[in-house]
Ligand binder design. Structure first.
Ligand code: FES
Length: 85
């Protein structure tokens, strides 16, 4: 588990209402489908202070990904996690 990555999705009210509500379900399904559930720790987070560019999520401590959409999320997850598959 030492190389598990942490993925935080913002569940602040702005990001939640702008799409993260649906993205949570998509990401959970994606991790399951790709057998990544034990390699990626998926957590909800409070407002990241970047509401105007949301919906946001963070990978690890430093990588902030802004303006996520349901159509673009899979590509982002593939890019970030393909090495773990
Ligand atoms: S609610 Fe997501 S950054 Fe503020």
């Amino acid at each position: 588990m030492s190389q598990a990555k942490v993925l935080h999705i913002c569940l602040g009210s702005s990001c939640f209402s702008r799409g993260n509500k649906d993205l949570v379900a998509f990401i959970k399904e994606y991790l399951k489908k790709n057998h990544l559930e034990d390699k990626v720790v998926f957590k909800g987070a409070r407002c990241m202070g970047n509401c105007s560019k949301g919906p946001n999520m963070k990978i690890g401590e430093d990588i902030l990904i802004e303006g996520i959409t349901l159509t673009g999320i899979e590509q982002i997850l593939d890019r970030e996690f393909s090495r773990l598959k």
